[in-house]
Design a protein around this ligand. Structure first.
Ligand code: NAP
Length: 636
C-alpha cells in the first residue's frame, strides 16, 4: 500500500480509502470512464498493497470524488446508470489489475450487485397456500454462520423453521474458538454475508470475538433468536418413510424430546469436534491441558513453561499470541506448514476507509469485489499438477515453484537465514498441499531464545512434560493441543438415519463422506448438508460465500418440493455417483492429493473428502439452479 499523503484538499479521510475501489466508485458515480486508462498501469494486483499509483494522481482522484460527492449532496448530480457490458468488464479488470475472464462477469454482477443485477434470491414461482407453508417445518442443526444463513433464506421464503443449537449463543466455531489470537484469515469485507455488510470491521482480518458478535447481530437483525432453541443438542435424526418426516431427538436441561420436521438442514460444520491425539501418556500429564477449541481461560499462563502440540492454523495463531507471557514455549511439530505473509493481516481498518464504506456510493461493493478476487480463483491454475514438471515432490508447476520460492524467501528473511531452523520449517511438499496459513509472526517467533521447535516426534507424555523421540525431555507446566478436528467423521456424534434406517455412518464409514454438490445424499430425503463433503475451500474464497451457494441450492430444492406438492425428494444415486467421480477425477490432478501431503482434507485411504476441487465460479454455477431430474420425488 502506498503511504497516503498526509493531507489532501479533499480531506484526510479520503486518503485512507483504498484507491482501486475509490476509482471505480468515481467512474460509477460520474460515468467518467476516461480516467481508467490513466490509473490502470499503476494497479497491478487485487490487494491494496499491489498498487503504485503516484501521489499526485491519487490526490487528483480524491479531489474529483470529493466534488462528485458534494454535487450529489447538493442535488446537482443524479445517480448514473450502473455500468454494464464492455465498460463494466473493463472496470472489473482495472480494479484488480488483472484481466477478469468473461465467464466470471455474471457471477460478479449478481454477487456484488453490479450492473443493476439483483442478488440471486430464490423466490416463489407459484407461492404455496399459507396453510401448506405453515405445516412445512424445517429443522436446522446449528446456529453457526451456515445455519444462520439458511434461516435467513427460509425467512425470506416464509418457510417456518427451528434452529437447534447445542451452545447457549450463536456463532458456532466463532463462539467455541476463543484461544488467544483466534481470528479469521479471509479478509472480513468478503468474509461476511453479501446481504449483511458490516462497515465497522475493526481489522481487515478480525479476531473471533468480533466475528461472533457480527453473527449475533445478524441473528438479532433478522429476528432469528426466537426460532433458536439454545443449549439443546441434537442426538439423532431419523427419517420416517411413512410420514415423510424427520424425527429429531434432542437433549436439553429439560430432558429428551423428539421434534418432527419435513426437512432437516445439518449445519454443524466440518470442524466442531476437537481431535485429541492418541499420544501415549497424555492422560497422565499432571498440569492443565486443553485443546485450542476448548481454551481454559482460568489457567494463567504467565511465567509458565508451555508445550504446544500442532502447527496448523490454530497453533500458528496461538503461539505468537501467548509467547510474551510465558517462561518458555516448546512447539512440537509433526510436519511443517507453509505460511504466507500479508501486510494487512495485523492492520486495523482506518477510520477514513470505514467512512468510505459507509458514505461513498458503490465503494463497499467494489471493495468486496477486490477482496473476492484477491482471495478467489486466481491461484487455482497453479494448484494443478503439470505432468511434465521435473520436480514434482517440491512443487506442481512453474507458478507453484515461483510461489514456493517467495515463501521460502520470506521464511529466510524472518529467521535471519538460520540454516538449522530453515531445515526444520521448510515443508517438503508443494505449497497449498495443506491449508495455506497466514504468517502470524510465527517464523520470527521461532528465533527467540525462549522458544524451541521440536520436530523429533513425541515418544510419550509424562506427568511433568514431554519426552521426544530423540531422547530429550521437555518440562512443561501446561499443555496446549493445537491438534485440529475430527473432520472425517462428518456430522458425528449425531446419528442420522435415512430410508431403511441406514445411517450416514453406514454409508460413509469412518472417514469417507460424499454428497451430491456436498449437499444431498441418496437415501436421505429432504436432508441437506451445509459445508458438507468436498466443500471446504482451500485455494481461496470465503466459507460464507460457499454457505450462500449451498443455502440457495437448498432453497431451490425446497421450492421444488413445495410447489410440486411432493412429500419428499431424494437425490438419484447415479447423479450422486457421477458427481463424486468428477470430484475424485479432478482431485487426482490437484495439489491436495499430493502423495507427500498428510492433512485433514484426506481420509486414511488418501481420498480428499473435505476440500472442493472446484473453482468458485464452477460451484456458484452448479448451485444457482437445480435440475429436478437429479431427484426422485415422492408424491404426498
Ligand atoms: P490442523 O490444521 O489439523 O492442525 C493440527 C496440527 O496438529 C497439525 O500440525 C498436525 O500435524 C498436528 N497433530 C495432529 N495430531 C498430532 C499428533 N498425534 N501428534 C503430533 N502432532 C499432531 O488443525 P487446526 O490448526 O485447528 O486447523 C484446522 C482447520 O480449522 C484449518 O485448516 C482451518 O480450516 C480452520 N481454522 C481456521 C482459522 C482461521 O481462519 N484463521 C484458524 C484456525 C483454524 P500434521 O500437520 O503433521 O498433521
Amino acid at each position: 500500500m502506498n503511504s497516503p499523503s498526509a493531507h489532501t484538499a479533499a480531506g484526510d479521510w479520503l486518503a485512507e480509502a483504498d484507491i482501486a475501489p475509490l476509482l471505480m466508485s468515481y467512474v460509477q458515480i460520474t460515468g467518467d470512464a476516461a480516467v481508467l486508462d490513466e490509473y490502470a498501469p499503476h494497479i497491478t494486483g487485487p490487494w491494496n498493497f499491489m498498487e503504485s499509483v503516484p501521489t499526485s494522481l491519487k490526490d487528483r482522484l480524491r479531489e474529483k470524488i470529493a466534488c462528485a460527492l458534494a454535487d450529489m449532496a447538493a442535488g446537482k448530480r443524479a445517480p448514473a446508470a450502473p455500468p454494464s457490458g464492455e465498460l463494466l468488464h473493463r472496470m472489473l479488470s482495472v480494479c484488480v489489475g488483472q484481466p477478469v475472464p468473461a465467464e466470471y462477469v455474471p457471477m460478479i454482477c449478481h454477487e456484488m450487485g453490479f450492473a443493476g443485477a439483483a442478488p440471486l434470491e430464490v423466490t416463489w414461482r407459484a407461492r404455496p397456500p399459507a396453510d401448506v407453508l405453515a405445516r412445512f417445518h424445517v429443522l436446522i442443526i446449528g446456529a453457526g454462520e451456515s445455519g444462520l444463513c439458511t434461516a435467513i433464506k427460509l425467512l425470506a421464503l416464509g418457510i417456518p423453521f427451528t434452529i437447534i443449537e447445542k451452545n447457549a449463543a450463536v456463532g458456532g466455531t466463532w463462539l467455541e474458538n476463543t484461544y488467544p489470537g483466534c481470528g479469521v484469515d479471509t479478509p472480513n469485507h468478503f468474509y461476511q454475508f453479501s446481504f449483511a455488510p458490516n462497515p465497522d470491521w475493526t481489522r481487515h482480518f478480525s479476531q473471533s470475538r468480533e466475528v461472533q458478535q457480527y453473527l449475533d447481530r445478524c441473528a438479532d437483525n433478522y429476528g432469528l433468536k426466537p426460532h433458536i432453541r439454545f443449549s439443546t443438542e441434537v442426538l439423532a435424526a431419523r427419517y420416517d418413510e411413512a410420514s415423510a418426516r424427520w424425527q429429531v431427538t434432542c437433549r436439553s436441561a429439560r430432558g429428551e424430546e423428539t421434534l418432527n420436521a419435513r426437512a432437516v438442514v445439518c449445519a454443524v460444520g466440518q470442524l466442531n469436534q476437537p481431535l485429541v491425539p492418541d499420544i501415549p501418556g497424555l492422560a497422565d500429564f499432571a498440569g492443565p491441558k486443553f485443546h485450542t477449541a476448548r481454551w481454559d481461560h482460568a489457567v494463567d499462563l504467565a511465567g509458565k513453561r508451555v508445550g504446544m502440540i500442532g502447527t496448523g492454523a490454530s497453533g500458528m495463531q496461538v503461539g505468537p499470541s501467548i509467547v510474551d507471557t510465558l517462561a518458555h514455549l516448546t512447539i512440537f511439530q509433526r510436519s511443517p506448514h507453509w505460511a504466507v505473509h500479508n501486510p494487512n493481516y495485523h492492520a486495523s481498518v482506518p477510520a477514513g476507509m470505514k467512512r468510505a464504506i459507509r458514505d461513498i456510493p458503490h465503494y463497499a461493493q467494489w471493495l468486496r469485489f477486490q477482496l473476492f478476487w484477491a482471495s478467489g480463483d486466481g491461484l487455482y491454475e497453479s494448484l494443478k499438477v503439470d505432468p511434465a514438471w521435473p520436480a514434482p515432490d517440491q512443487s506442481l508447476n512453474a507458478a507453484n515453484q515461483a510461489f514456493r520460492e517467495r515463501l521460502i524467501a520470506h521464511m529466510a528473511a524472518e529467521t535471519g537465514g538460520d540454516a538449522a531452523l530453515m531445515e526444520k520449517i521448510v515443508p517438503r511438499y508443494p505449497p497449498y498441499g495443506k491449508r495455506m496459513l497466514r504468517d502470524n509472526h510465527w517464523f520470527r517467533m521461532l528465533t527467540r531464545s525462549d522458544v524451541d521447535l521440536v520436530d523429533a516426534g513425541i515418544e510419550r507424555v509424562l506427568p511433568d512434560g514431554i519426552l521426544a523421540r530423540d531422547g530429550r525431555f521437555h518440562a512443561h507446566d501446561v499443555l496446549v493441543l493445537a491438534t485440529g478436528f475430527q473432520a472425517g467423521r462428518m456430522t458425528w456424534p449425531i446419528t442420522i438415519a435415512g430410508r431403511g434406517g441406514v445411517t450416514l455412518r453406514d454409508r460413509w464409514g469412518e472417514d469417507d463422506p460424499r454428497a451430491h454438490l456436498g449437499i444431498t445424499v441418496p437415501g436421505f430425503p429432504n436432508f441437506f448438508l451445509m459445508y458438507g463433503p468436498n466443500t471446504n475451500l482451500a485455494h481461496g474464497g470465503s466459507a460464507i460465500f460457499h454457505s450462500e451457494c449451498q443455502a440457495r441450492y437448498t432453497m431451490l430444492a425446497l421450492r421444488e418440493l413445495l410447489e410440486t406438492g411432493s412429500a419428499a425428494m431424494d437425490c438419484r444415486p447415479e447423479v450422486h455417483d457421477a458427481y463424486n467421480r468428477r470430484v475424485d477425477d479432478l482431485h487426482a490432478r490437484l495439489v491436495w492429493s499430493h502423495r507427500l501431503v498428510g492433512s485433514w482434507y484426506k481420509n486414511k485411504r488418501g481420498r480428499v473428502f473435505a476440500t472442493t476441487p472446484w473453482r468458485l465460479v464452477d460451484y456458484w454455477n452448479m448451485t444457482r439452479t437445480l435440475d429436478p431430474a437429479d431427484y426422485h420425488f415422492t408424491k404426498a
